[in-house]
Design a protein. Structure first.
Length: 170
């Protein structure tokens, strides 16, 4: 199964940033990255926009552990810090994650965000859309679409956390 090389990851992120810059009012847009990989991805998108458009898009980090629908399975959630230092009211929130699969992570993030404020609208941006939805969730901005089997594992590595960029499917 094909994944993405470091160059392909960089190109996908660049395309995502350009799509966001063209489609949204950057003065009224914020990025919220879902822990763990959504946050550095959101930061990288903001960095690309700042470099190319000279616009600063605020970036926050969101922990969805307590909003997951599988808490009753006995697995204890690993808690990370939600760090959103800006008001969401009236903003376009771009919810950023690495992989869109079943849609359950995005559903949990939507619930968490709506407890933090009332954005004008919420859009989803993902590096990889691998299909196999269980909920009616779509991403407005997608870096790459990868055809997978349901049992496949899609592993994203970002240089900020892993020292290299790549997407591996196995």
């Amino acid at each position: 199964m094909a994944g993405l090389t470091a160059t392909e990851v960089t190109h996908a992120i660049d395309r995502m940033a350009e799509t966001i810059a063209q489609r949204f009012d950057l003065d009224a847009t914020v990025f919220i990255g879902i822990h763990t990989l959504g946050f550095p991805l959101a930061q990288r998108l903001a960095d690309v926009i700042k470099a190319r458009r000279n616009k600063i898009v605020p970036v926050g980090a969101l922990d969805i552990a307590l909003y997951r629908d599988d808490l009753n399975t006995g697995n204890l959630p690993y808690m990370r810090q939600t760090d959103i230092a800006f008001d969401l009211t009236g903003k376009t929130v771009i919810l950023v994650d690495d992989v869109l699969f079943s849609g359950r992570t995005i559903r949990a993030a939507l619930t968490a965000i709506l407890e933090l404020g009332r954005p004008q609208k919420i859009e989803v941006a993902v590096l990889i859309d691998r299909g196999h939805r269980e909920l009616p969730i779509l991403a407005s901005v997608v870096g790459a679409t990868i055809q997978t089997m349901r049992a496949d594992h899609v592993r994203v590595q970002l240089s900020e956390l892993h020292g290299k960029d790549e997407v591996v499917v196995n």
